[in-house]
Design a protein around this ligand. Structure first.
Ligand code: PEP
Ligand code: MN
Length: 345
């Protein structure tokens, strides 16, 4: 990773740096951080000669070689001061609440729009809505591209940013064309490295924040952090970790709730953490407690499945969505807990 003396290199300087690393079989990926650009060396950066030639350039401040499977996500990385923003909200400064239906029912757009309005009224900052759905059974409803229009209509009506999951490149094209504000990578694609890398590259210019769910069969925390590295190495530093429960499930819950990994993620990496308590516990009555636990562990926010009438929902909504009234109280409680937790950050 190359740090320049100025916040960014000029075109000529970048060309020179690219020429040098190219001689050693490496390439440069520019990552536009909030305050400065970082120049990641992609490839085997161990060559002393290459590093010495780079250090010899008068506009280069330093060259960091971090010995870790993830370099950019590392707390020691020059990106560690990077701040991820959602609209004007800076993650870490104030709690971020994302809420809305698990799944948009294309046969009932009105219900989604009413949920979105109620979620906004309850105080949420981002509207969630599943357009395409990864389902265990190939015979279950898989979502529908036309739901993207409904999601965008919800943004137009509420003025809030929207988040949707993409499962493949075809979805990514539709989501980026619709200018979705945040992208979600679901638990099943958390290790789909080619998709992660593609998202990083395709969002390089606009820096769309990407919420990366933890794979439900993921092992060590480093594996989760390294997956995020694929997105950032593509050029987009706006990545958010999302613990959402892992398998095997804790008896009685849908998964094994894992909000407790939040401080460990923060110890190793700089990216913000937004916990998904809904999929972790899988039962609406336990979602408020799991959300508060996440905030107590230092999460920067939560993403909570919320539905105006859960019984009429599809996908996960009937069993795990809370109602907007419960969300309103939960947001108040999160705001009350936030300053208490900040003492322990
Ligand atoms: C979802 O958010 O509705 C979802 C399918 O999430 P996960 O990938 O965590 O199961
Ligand atoms: Mn869901």
């Amino acid at each position: 990773m190359i740090l320049s003396k100025a916040p960014q290199l000029t075109d000529e300087q970048l060309e020179e740096v690219q020429r040098i690393v190219g001689e050693f079989g490496c390439a440069i990926q520019v990552i536009k951080g909030a305050n400065r650009h970082v120049y990641a060396i992609i490839g085997d950066e161990r060559s002393e000669t290459m590093v010495n030639r780079l250090l010899g350039l008068d506009y280069v401040e330093r060259v960091d070689r971090i010995e870790s499977v993830y370099k950019l996500m590392n707390r020691q990385s020059a990106l560690s001061s990077h701040q991820v923003k959602i609209g004007e909200r800076v993650l870490g400064q104030e709690p971020v609440i994302m809420a809305g239906q698990c799944t948009i029912d294309p046969k009932n757009p009105q219900l989604f729009l009413e949920t979105a309005a109620a979620v906004k009224e309850a105080g949420a900052h981002v509207i969630r809505g599943g357009v395409w759905k990864p389902r265990t059974s190939p015979h279950s409803f898989q979502g529908a591209s036309e739901s993207m229009e409904i999601l965008i209509e919800a943004r137009n009506q509420t003025g809030l940013p929207v988040i949707a999951e993409v499962m493949e490149e075809r979805h990514l094209v539709v989501a980026l064309e619709a200018e979705v504000d945040l992208l979600q990578i679901g638990t099943r694609n958390a290790l789909n490295y080619s998709l992660l890398a593609r998202i990083g590259m395709d969002t390089h210019q606009r820096g769309t924040p990407v919420l990366l769910k933890r794979g439900r069969h993921m092992g060590p925390i480093d594996e989760f952090i390294a997956a995020a590295e694929y997105i950032v190495a593509g050029g987009n530093p706006n990545v958010i970790f999302c613990p959402r429960g892992t398998m095997p499930a804790l008896d009685g819950y849908r998964n094994h709730p894992d909000e407790s990994i939040t401080p460990l993620l923060k110890e190793k990496s700089w990216a913000p953490v937004v916990v998904d308590p809904s999929h972790a516990v899988g039962r609406s009555k336990y979602v408020p407690a799991a959300s508060l636990a996440a905030i107590a562990y230092g999460a920067d926010g939560v993403i909570v499945e919320t539905h105006l009438e859960p019984r009429k929902g599809i996908g996960d909504d009937p069993k795990q969505s809370i109602t907007p009234d419960v969300l309103r109280q939960l947001i108040r409680d999160v705001e009350a807990l936030w300053p208490i937790q900040s003492r322990w950050r």
